[in-house]
Design a protein around this ligand. Structure first.
Ligand code: AMP
Length: 398
């Protein structure tokens, strides 16, 4: 990863207009923000800049309004939640460009924080349109990107602005990039990756990249069935993408070439219904009854996974080992997560995890706080694990 400028490189910003791209795409139900994690993540950057006397102008998207204003995707809905997290009142402008934005910016005092309306209310945002980007840039002297989770998109507010204004990574972006660098960029070996979740089809690029970079790849969850079936194992009624057998075999072959050990389940927890509390038993992986499905990896498999975690210096994790939302099929995910958390706490492991359900699974295991870094970015984290260049990150490079 090339070096990038951070807020540490910003001096004398008192009175400067700093456009800060943040991720405020928080879940809202009945007008209330139900999870303020994303606001909490960007608060340090906002407060630091405001504390240094900058005029902090927040740019963000909210939902998918497709280039036109949509009332329930207005960022005005989250102003009070932002106030609460920051512990100070922010200002709001009803548009992110044009007279509304310009007047609101002109009225700002040093240290003020102004939230501009949803950037995606304009078609130019997602098109990274030159005129729209110039209109955004007009309101700022400096650009800070603190939205790693949107960095896989080359949009006006995530990429375009960096071509108009001096560009810096915010504190959350910086922490994310530093953690990811430790995870796969320049990791301490041995590196173990755990990839679980439902389907191989959504993670082909990710698996293909990982086998080239890690020392061991643990494949769990529903996707393990596709690999097992590709090797001739009868997986009964388990979730399985039989049409991806060739893909699975070529990933296994690639792993062999690059010296990556593949760790597949050796036992599984089977049930006949996909529901909490369903009757279940542990069977060897070669003994899956034809009318049953594997909903979690078994205890012997967990031991094998934990043996790898014990040997590893670095762990990267995406996707649960089983159907963790329904008990008792959360056991393997919980056990491996807790062990990884313990190893991390003991200073023996750098653990980086992220992507959609993974955060929920590690929270469920009570392990999230002890991981070295948990990325709340979904798509951007996956693209990073796939080894792809993220446009919003590339453009920040020094
Ligand atoms: P993903 O979004 O691809 O990471 O997939 C996460 C989903 O995979 C979760 O909802 C899990 O319930 C599901 N999952 C994990 N293991 C299994 C399994 N053995 N059978 C069915 N679904 C599974």
């Amino acid at each position: 990863m090339p070096a990038f400028k951070t807020i540490d490189d910003l001096t004398n910003i008192e009175g400067k207009r700093v456009l800060v791209r943040v991720d405020l795409n928080v879940p809202v139900s009945e007008g209330k923000v139900t999870d303020a994690t994303r606001i909490e993540r960007v608060a340090p950057t906002i407060l630091e800049l405001s504390g240094k006397g900058a005029k902090v102008i927040l740019l963000a998207h909210f939902g998918r309004p497709k280039g036109a204003p949509v009332a329930d995707m207005s960022l005005s809905l989250i102003v009070s939640a932002v106030n609460e997290v920051l512990g100070q009142k922010i200002l709001f402008a009803a548009d992110c460009i044009g007279p509304d934005a310009e007047q609101a910016v002109a009225a700002m005092k040093n240290g003020d924080v102004l939230l501009l309306e949803n950037t995606r209310f304009h078609k130019g945002e997602e098109k990274n349109d030159a005129d729209f980007t110039a209109a955004l840039a007009k309101n700022g002297d400096i650009y800070v990107n603190d939205a790693f989770s949107a960095a896989h998109r080359a949009h006006a507010s995530t990429e375009g602005l960096a071509h108009h204004l001096p560009a810096y990574a915010g504190r959350t972006m910086q922490a994310e990039l530093e953690a990811l660098e430790k995870g796969l960029g320049k990791p301490a070996h041995p590196v173990v990756a755990i990839v679980g979740g439902a389907k191989v089809s959504s993670k082909i690029d990710l698996l293909t990249n990982l086998v080239k970079k890690v020392d061991a790849l643990v494949i769990g969850g529903g996707m393990a069935n596709t690999f097992l079936a590709a090797q001739g194992i009868d997986v009964g009624k388990s979730l399985c993408e039989h049409d991806l057998a060739d893909t699975a075999r070529s990933i296994l072959a690639e792993a062999q070439t690059s010296g990556c050990s593949i760790v597949l389940p050796i036992d599984g927890v089977i049930a006949r219904e996909f529901k909490a509390g369903a009757a279940n038993e542990v069977v060897a992986i070669e003994a899956i009854p034809s009318d049953a499905m594997v909903l979690d990896v078994g205890p012997k498999s967990v031991s094998a996974v934990n043996d790898w975690i014990a040997k590893a210096q670095t762990l990267v994790w995406n996707g649960p080992l089983g159907a963790f939302e329904i008990q008792p099929f959360d056991k393997a995910t919980v056990a491996a997560a807790r062990f990884a958390a313990e190893q991390t706490k003991a200073g023996k492991l750098t653990s980086v995890a992220g992507g959609g359900d993974t955060v929920a699974a590690l929270n469920h295991a009570g392990a999230a706080d002890d991981f070295t870094y948990i990325s709340t970015a979904g798509g951007a984290f996956l693209e990073w694990m796939e080894g792809k260049e993220l446009p919003g990150v590339a453009v920040l490079s020094k």
